[in-house]
Design a binder for this molecule. Structure first.
Ligand SMILES: Cc1cc2nc3c(=O)[nH]c(=O)nc-3n(C[C@H](O)[C@H](O)[C@H](O)COP(=O)(O)O)c2cc1C
Length: 168
C-alpha cells in the first residue's frame, strides 16, 4: 500500500468481527512502533500487547471511550520520569509526542495488514496502569484497539482552512 493511500484510508474502527488477531501480526505492529521518530532517540515508551479476554474486559470497564469489544489492544505507555532525567524538563512533553508518533505507526502498519484500529484516550489512567501492572513513572497514554474490521467506516470531515502559507 502506498503511503498516501494509507494516510487517506485509515479510519477509526470501533466494530470488529469475532476473529483473534494473529500474534505475529501484533508483533509486527509493535515493531512498527519502535521505529517511530523519537526526540534525542530516547525511546521513552513501552508497548503492552493485550489479548487476554478477562484483561480486555477489565480495561473496557475503566475506559468509557472504548466502544465495542476489540480482540486485542496495544497500550502505548510513556516513560516520562526517565525522559525528564535524560532530556531535562521538556522530557515529559517529548515522551507524549513520541508515543503519539509510535501510535500512528501502529495504526498505519495495521491498515497494511488489513486490521482496523482506534486510538483511545478516554480511560482512567491509574486504573489502566493498575490492571497492566505498570511501574512508577510508566503511564498509559493511548490504548490502540486492534481487530479485523466489521464494516467500512465513513471518513469524518476535515477542516481545510487550517493550512496557511508563510504566516498565520
Ligand atoms: C489522542 C486521541 C484520542 C482519542 N480518543 C478516543 C476515544 O477515547 N474514543 C474513541 O472512540 N475514539 C477516540 N479517538 C479517535 C477519534 O475520535 C478519531 O480519530 C476522529 O474522530 C477522526 O476519525 P478518523 O480516525 O476515522 O479519521 C481518539 C483519537 C486521538 C488521536
Amino acid at each position: 500500500m502506498d503511503i498516501k493511500t494509507a494516510i487517506m484510508s485509515r479510519r477509526s474502527v470501533r466494530k470488529f468481527i469475532e476473529k483473534d488477531v494473529e500474534k505475529e501480526k501484533l508483533e509486527e505492529l509493535a515493531k512498527a512502533a519502535i521505529w517511530a521518530p523519537t526526540g534525542g532517540n530516547a525511546q521513552p515508551w513501552d508497548f503492552i500487547i493485550v489479548s487476554d479476554k478477562e484483561k480486555l474486559r477489565q480495561l473496557k470497564a475503566v475506559s468509557p471511550g472504548l466502544l465495542g469489544m476489540p480482540p486485542s489492544l496495544i497500550a502505548v505507555c510513556s516513560n516520562k520520569q526517565a525522559n525528564v532525567e535524560k532530556m531535562g524538563a521538556i522530557g515529559d512533553v517529548l515522551a507524549v509526542m513520541d508515543c503519539s508518533m509510535a501510535s500512528q505507526n501502529i495504526m498505519l502498519r495495521a491498515l497494511d495488514l488489513e486490521l482496523g484500529t482506534c486510538a483511545i484516550r478516554s480511560f482512567n489512567q491509574s486504573a489502566v496502569g493498575e490492571i497492566l501492572k505498570t511501574p512508577e513513572g510508566v503511564e498509559p497514554e493511548l490504548l490502540i484497539t486492534v481487530g479485523y474490521p466489521k464494516q467500512d467506516t465513513k471518513a469524518p470531515s476535515r477542516k481545510e482552512d487550517v493550512i496557511r502559507w508563510e504566516e498565520y
